[in-house]
Design a protein around this ligand. Structure first.
Ligand SMILES: [Zn+2]
Length: 122
């Protein structure tokens, strides 16, 4: 980015070569090569990044419950399961929430896979 470079030294942090003398540390940026001025109207370049692409349901700190109809139904089946231990139920429900957050919904394959674990082995 040209605009971020020190305008006195051009970004190399040193001045003096153009005049034929010895190079010295740039007095404007003190050798960093970065533009150091803070004139009125200076805007923060770190805030210009567009944020139109957002991952679906990026709520890692939110409530750990399913959001989709399939997920809620599946979690209900897991909770009601007679063959799963409590910690296994917790783990499966967390898996449902995680699956929803990465896929945006519960895929049929996933529902089938989880549902299989809620039933007694045959
Ligand atoms: Zn400079």
């Amino acid at each position: 980015m040209e605009g971020e470079l020190c305008r006195m030294c051009g970004g190399d942090g040193r001045v003096g070569n153009a005049l034929g003398g010895s190079s010295a540390t740039c007095p404007s940026c003190h050798g960093s090569g970065r533009r150091a001025e803070t004139s009125p109207g200076f805007h923060d370049v770190t805030k210009t990044k567009p944020s139109h692409h957002r991952p679906p349901a990026a709520v890692p700190a939110g409530p750990k419950v399913p959001m989709t109809a399939e997920g809620v139904q599946l979690a209900r089946e897991v909770s009601a399961s007679a063959v799963l231990a409590e910690d296994a139920k917790t783990r499966l429900i967390a898996e449902i929430v995680n699956h929803e957050s990465t896929h945006g919904r519960c895929t049929r394959t996933f529902v089938k896979k989880v549902r299989k674990q809620t039933r007694p082995a045959q």
